[in-house]
Design a protein around this ligand. Structure first.
Ligand SMILES: [Ca+2]
Length: 94
């Protein structure tokens, strides 16, 4: 996938895209295109997806951790962790 084909696809499909959005898509494309050949390979896209997924997991882990720490900074009960993380507790025995 080439950047030019992404942009052309927006116009071809009559996607109403603002210049700001087009700029953002271009920057995103450049971030994904690790080797700078102006083409996003399946491997580069897969790597990007892994990166985004990992960032999302890290953010969620930090959020949950700060939530636990707010309740009691020195102690986290296993029951509380399981109840909070697996709210319906299906398949989890404590
Ligand atoms: Ca590339």
């Amino acid at each position: 996938m080439y950047l030019s084909s992404v942009v052309a696809g927006c116009f071809y499909c009559n996607v109403n895209i603002s210049l700001g959005c087009l700029f953002f898509v271009s920057l995103l494309f450049l971030k994904i295109d690790k080797d700078g050949d102006n083409r996003v390979s399946p491997a580069e896209l897969q790597s990007w997806m892994r990166h985004v997924q990992q960032e999302s997991m890290d953010t969620e882990t930090d959020r949950q951790w700060s939530e636990f720490r707010r309740k009691d900074p020195d102690f986290l009960a296993w029951d509380e962790y399981v109840q909070h993380t697996y709210k319906d507790n299906k398949g989890i025995s404590v």
